[in-house]
Design a protein around this ligand. Structure first.
Ligand code: ZN
Length: 945
């Protein structure tokens, strides 16, 4: 019962004022904007009206059952059942649910989906248009069918066996194999060790329909279910409909109870070591188990305090780990700590640490983790570390509070799900904000430090250590005794307290403040709703004020040139440019000092290089706008060398790249990239041996070169800024940047996209039996709104067809789809259509045949029904997208960069799409004669030959 003590300790130690407050305060109140009810049969519902965004709603049904409820003969059936929910129900026979929702512009896979985990199964239909009440009512009917109207017909079950088997094959990977082997050891004596939701293929391939039926009727019952409806709906109407549809469902008096599966404590430590030939790098985990907070205690104030303490403790651990990696002697390249659910089981929590050890340093990394937890436990965190963690917490609370009127439907949906499944509190943001702002200042560092020993075990009780490693000849692996010894040695060490070095100065010193420039000219564009400023240094600024999110301002600056201007000697430098600049410092600050200096601020900036353009991207809350501008200013003028951080980055890259070819995905990705770009080394993915040619100095030189003339740049700024306040910031930090007007750089045409018919089919040795296939068509084509819309629509129509034929009808692959996009990285725009499948090698030939057939058939005749559904989706989606700042950054960038307005006529162009026009478009795309086929097959095993 360690967590109990953690609670009591926290409550007792709190200064008397808070203690009194916490005791006297009533339980955390439930937000009064949600209507919660329960029918006589036990069905719970949550309904909330939310107009952000308008005219759409989300529908969920959450079940508090999953794979842990399965009998041995049912292993995998909780998940199988979830698949069957889309394959025929009382009101929606066959593919009825998918077909019907697609007609509403709801896409299967993204907006219509479900998941099965060990203790919950959740279905959802999201972004349903609500203007037609019949659409809303039909979605309630879908929930009704899911709750107890599945048909589970034998012929559908037979078809789905292959689909699920393919899904298992897809997930087959080094970590999947390792987890499956490790779980029984991590959960000795518990069902958790043997209930991975994907289950046993022996069961999937041969279970009797009745076994599935048994699970369904035993567990899918109103008393285990909650309906959640959030969005632009009439709450009274929804409630009445729920009562009408669901009240008649009966629960047998002797129905089985959902019983929590306990996880036994372990007095002796558990050491788990697992290896796999396709594991690219090792991973070390240290877990200290505690009892989970009982659900009935989660509505108390103490739970909010606990949540806060966990938040700041994890954040302080992570800052220390990140700082440690600056030291070349540090045995890991990355490490994280967090508190939460112990792996799969919500009946147990843990303080968990994950590290990626440097090669051969697994035991050293284990010692380092134990050492740091002990240091923290013995000496506590420092007051300055706590100040930063606390201000980060409060800043993030402030950010959500600022945006409280614009919370998305899924944010509520997830919160209500967690309330139903685990009694997580759902107070209003007003309450949370007021309460935490009054409590946090009363929680000094001493309290945080005194609860630490409750979270960090300094003994063997409930300790779990897990090491996952790459299997290869000649490698030496730690034994259980070695791990035990490492832990013991780390525990015997004499430790010293941590010293927090903080740079106490502003990002830009007053004497270094640039001389302000001027806004010289100003125009406005009514169609796209922005103001355009011309600055004294030649830079152009587009300002579009929006009210989509109250807590967000975004900036993107771009200019032509990019990587295309540099030759072969720099290819490898260009490949890691973004990462290295990201790990560098700015101004007087090293990367780590910058992290510390940004505590309590919500803003960020990055400098990156595309093939033909260079970019600065940044974001901020309205409050931290000036800091964002300062960071942006420093990326233009003063990126500084941070050797320590970059050397850690290089070690990370080396570790990641050295064995990347053990992963079939990586091999395929390299191969397809080389095929697409005709083996041009400029475009090849980076390899471990390329790292030796990288020059940090040269990268900084390139950065300087690319960002030397701000006069060439266009800055697009959208979001919730105050115009009067942003103008002086623009004059101070943008107009002051070095720059001069003029034509400036252009990019070079360096793209080498394959033409003609190209085939690259090959096999690899692997334990993951997946085939992967890519077919790509390309054609030079004018880039304009019409062609862009057509290319997008064609990809979506083909995706629908592939899903129906390849995945559902023939179970030839689990993943399949198509996507069209323009390549704009040279003067000649290129329309490209990608068609992909991934799945069963035995059926791959058929899957590829169907990919070709889909294209060919559709160039002759496009199915009007499929087309109409895609149009419906695109028309609905644009309304959603056009209410995001990201959409406007892109749209205004295209407008300034290409002179193309992708917004104004978008709906007109989509509405005007006809089967005829798309058939012709596909014919044109195919007529160019550029087609790539790239197929990777696993080599047959010796035994199969
Ligand atoms: Zn699945």
């Amino acid at each position: 019962m360690r967590i109990k003590r953690f609670f009591v300790a926290a409550a007792l130690l709190i200064t008397s004022a808070v203690a009194v407050m916490a005791q006297e305060m009533p339980p955390i109140p439930i937000d009064d904007q949600v209507r919660i009810g329960k029918l006589d049969n036990g069905l719970t519902y949550y309904i909330r009206h939310n107009e952000y965004p308008e005219h759409v709603a989300n529908f969920y049904i959450a079940q508090r059952v999953g794979s842990i409820q399965e009998e041995e003969s049912q292993r995998g059936l909780a998940h199988f059942l979830e698949h069957m929910a889309f394959n025929g129900s009382e009101n929606f026979p066959g593919n009825g649910i998918i077909d019907f929702t697609r007609g509403l512009g709801v896409e299967f896979g993204s907006d219509l989906n479900a998941y099965t985990s060990i203790d919950q199964t959740v279905y959802r239909v999201c972004n349903v248009p609500t203007k037609r009440i019949t659409a809303v009512d039909s979605c309630l009917l879908i929930l009704k069918d899911w709750s107890n109207g599945l048909l589970l017909q034998e012929e559908e079950i037979v078809k789905e066996r292959d689909v699920v088997h393919n899904e298992w094959r897809m997930g087959e990977s080094a970590s999947q194999r390792i987890i499956t082997r490790a779980l029984p050891k991590l959960y000795p004596g518990s069902k958790y060790g043997e209930r991975m939701p994907i289950g046993l293929m022996s069961v999937i391939d041969s279970f009797k329909p009745k076994t599935l039926m048994d699970y369904y009727h035993k567990w899918y019952r109103p008393d285990n279910q909650a309906l959640i409806i959030v969005g632009d709906v009439d709450v009274d109407h929804i409630e009445a409909e729920i009562k009408r549809l669901f009240s008649g469902i009966k629960v047998a008096p002797d129905a089985a109870k959902v019983v929590a599966e306990e996880v036994p404590d372990n007095a002796e430590p558990i050491f788990v070591f697992e290896k796999d030939k396709e594991m690219p790098m090792n991973q070390l985990m240290v877990m200290m188990k505690t009892d989970a907070t009982p659900e009935e205690e989660k509505s108390s104030m103490a739970y909010l305090i606990q949540d806060y303490l966990i938040n700041v403790i994890s954040s302080m651990f992570n800052s220390r780990f990140s700082e440690m990696t600056e030291d070349p002697e540090c045995p890991f390249v990355q490490a994280f700590g967090d508190y939460g659910q112990y792996l799969l089981s919500k009946t147990k929590d843990n303080m968990e640490f994950i590290a990626v050890p440097k090669e051969g340093k697994d035991l050293e990394a284990l010692k380092a983790i134990i050492r740091e937890t002990r240091r923290v436990s013995q000496f506590g965190f420092t007051a300055t570390e706590y100040e930063r963690a606390k201000s980060d917490y409060l800043a993030s609370l402030e950010k959500s509070y600022t945006n409280r009127d614009k919370r998305k439907n899924d944010e509520f949906g997830n919160a209500y799900r967690d309330h139903f499944l685990s009694n997580e509190p759902i107070p209003s943001l007003d309450y949370l904000y007021q309460t935490m702002n009054s409590i946090v200042p009363m929680l000094p560092i001493e309290i945080v430090n005194q609860v630490l020993p409750e979270l960090i075990a300094d003994n063997d009780s409930n300790l779990v250590v897990m090491d996952w490693a790459r299997e290869a000849e000649g490698l030496v692996y730690p034994t259980e005794a070695d791990m035990q010894k490492a832990v013991a040695e780390a525990r015997a060490e004499q430790l010293q307290a941590y010293v927090d070095n903080v740079k106490d100065e502003p990002l830009i010193l007053p004497e270094k403040m640039p001389k302000m420039g001027k806004i010289k000219k100003e125009t406005s564009n009514a169609t796209l709703g922005y103001k355009e400023l011309t600055l004294s240094n030649g830079a152009t600024v587009l300002l579009k004020k929006t009210d989509f999110k109250d807590d967000e301002v975004r900036l993107q600056a771009f200019a032509k040139g990019g990587k295309s201007l540099y030759g072969p000697a720099d290819y490898n430098n260009l490949k890691v440019f973004d990462e290295i600049i990201g790990f560098s410092g700015i101004g007087n600050f090293s990367s780590n000092e910058l992290q510390k200096a940004l505590a309590g601020k919500n803003c960020n900036a990055d400098a990156t290089l595309g093939l033909t353009r260079q970019y600065i991207t940044a974001n901020s809350t309205p409050k931290d706008l000036e800091t964002m501008f300062q960071m942006m200013y420093l990326y233009f003028t003063n990126i500084n060398k941070d050797e320590k951080m970059v050397s850690n980055l290089m070690t990370q890259l080396e570790l990641a790249l050295k064995n990347k070819n053990l992963q079939p995905q990586a091999v395929f990705s390299d191969s397809i990239t080389n095929t697409i770009y005709c083996h041009n080394p400029r475009f090849a993915n980076i390899q471990a041996e390329d790292l030796k040619d990288i020059s940090y100095d040269r990268i900084l030189e390139i950065a300087k070169d690319r960002f030397k003339n701000a006069g060439q740049f266009t800055f697009v700024i959208t979001g919730n800024f105050d115009e009067a306040a942003i103008r002086p910031l623009i004059e101070q930090y943008v107009a002051s940047l070095p720059g001069k007007k003029g034509k400036g750089d252009n990019f070079k045409d360096v793209r080498t996209f394959a033409t003609g018919k190209v085939v690259n089919n090959f096999t690899i040795k692997t334990d993951s039996p997946n085939a992967m296939s890519y077919l790509i068509w390309s054609a030079p084509m004018e880039y304009n709104l019409e062609n862009d819309v057509k290319l997008d629509a064609v990809g979506q129509i083909l995706s629908q067809i592939y899903l129906a034929t390849i995945r559902e009808e023939e179970s030839a692959a689990y993943t399949c789809g198509a996507q069209g996009s323009f390549d704009l990285s040279a003067s000649q725009p290129l329309a490209r259509l990608f068609c992909i499948t991934q799945g069963n090698p035995e059926k791959n030939a058929r899957a590829v045949e169907l990919l070709y057939k889909g294209i060919k058939d559709n160039s002759v005749k496009i199915d009007t029904d499929a087309l109409n559904k895609v149009k419906e989706y695109m028309l609905k989606q644009i309304d959603v997208d056009a209410k995001t700042n990201g959409y406007w950054i892109n749209t205004l960038t295209k407008w300034k960069d290409y002179g193309l307005d992708f917004y104004t006529d978008y709906k007109k162009v989509v509405s005007g799409l006809t089967a005829q026009s798309l058939q012709e478009f596909l014919q044109k795309l195919m007529a160019a004669g550029n087609q790539i086929e790239c197929i990777m097959m696993p080599e047959p095993k010796e035994a199969d030959k």
